[in-house]
Write a protein that binds this ligand. Structure first.
Ligand SMILES: C[S@@+](CC[C@H](N)C(=O)[O-])C[C@H]1O[C@@H](n2cnc3c(N)ncnc32)[C@H](O)[C@@H]1O
Length: 265
């Protein structure tokens, strides 16, 4: 299978899924999120002061994180491959009167010159990148020296099915995690879109091999939604009914893994 067809299938898949994703996920534009039911930047404090920082958001979807960062004073650029996801971003930007540069761009080949960003963030995007090494090389190239790269992606364990009856995760083969094929979305040229689940060691090694120093890796449980008041729940920057139904599983098995990396001099 050719990379081009897979990329196109992923883009077309997101074009199709966008309205449902934006309807079913409640994603805040007031706080940076790191994945469903996780604490946001207000609680995790991974980014430092972003005022006047040049920020690139990769695989930005409807750009909620870029909007939240702009409200904190950052100058944000949001890239994505799906024009429909970017239309959703445009609607948010107009509604909120916020300026973020939206660029239709593949994260594997960035259309920016070297060293132009102080910070790169990405939430729930890397799992759709076929060539992780090219993408991380590009991130390293466009980031300035000492720049920060914070990415949250699916945890390798979230590839496996949760057995409700046993209240346990069923892991068939950790070393060969399944690739999730989007069989309920139309294929493109015979190719289904897909989600890739990478081991933490693979992602860590790739980050280091392109020149990043990895400072932190976070594996966090879902926030305790059932013990939270409605107001406190609203502090969770990424939620929604479908995610809340998966609370038990996500409180025992991490759904996301967050990497905090620095471009060293
Ligand atoms: C799960 S959504 C996440 C969007 C947003 N970061 C969020 O948290 O809501 C994944 C996004 O990755 C984008 N995407 C997939 N492959 C990409 C690529 N090669 N380059 C840039 N964006 C990509 C999709 O179009 C989609 O908008």
């Amino acid at each position: 299978m050719s990379d081009h067809r897979i990329r196109k299938a992923i883009q077309k898949g997101w074009d199709t899924m966008s309205p449902m994703y934006q309807r079913d996920s409640v994603i805040s534009t007031e706080d940076v999120h790191y994945g469903p039911l996780l604490p946001g930047e207000r609680d995790l404090c991974l980014l430092g002061n972003v005022k006047d920082k040049r920020v690139l958001e990769l695989a930005s979807g409807a750009a909620q994180n870029s909007i939240a960062l702009s409200k904190l004073g950052a100058k944000a650029v949001a890239i994505d491959v799906s024009p429909i996801q970017q239309e959703a971003a445009r609607t948010h930007l107009e509604d909120e009167g916020i300026t973020v540069d939206l660029v239709l761009n593949d994260a594997q080949k960035l259309c920016f010159t070297d060293n132009v960003f102080d910070l790169i963030v990405s939430s729930n995007g890397m799992e759709f990148i076929i060539d992780l090494e090219s993408c991380l090389n590009e991130c390293h190239r466009v980031l300035s020296t000492d720049g920060l790269f914070v990415m949250s992606t699916v945890h390798p364990l979230s590839a496996f099915a949760w057995n409700n009856e046993l209240q346990a995760l069923q892991i068939q083969d950790y070393f060969n995690p399944p690739v999730e094929l989007w069989e309920d979305v139309q294929p493109y040229d015979g190719q289904y879109g897909l989600t890739l689940f990478r081991s933490i060691s693979e992602t860590f090694t790739t980050l280091v091999s392109v020149g990043f120093r990895v400072d932190k890796i976070l594996e966090l449980p879902a926030m305790p939604i059932h013990d939270m008041s409605p107001d406190d729940k609203k502090r969770i920057p990424y939620r929604g009914k479908d995610w809340e139904h998966r609370y038990v599983e996500m409180s025992k098995v991490p759904f996301n893994v967050i990497y905090v990396a620095i471009k060293e001099s």
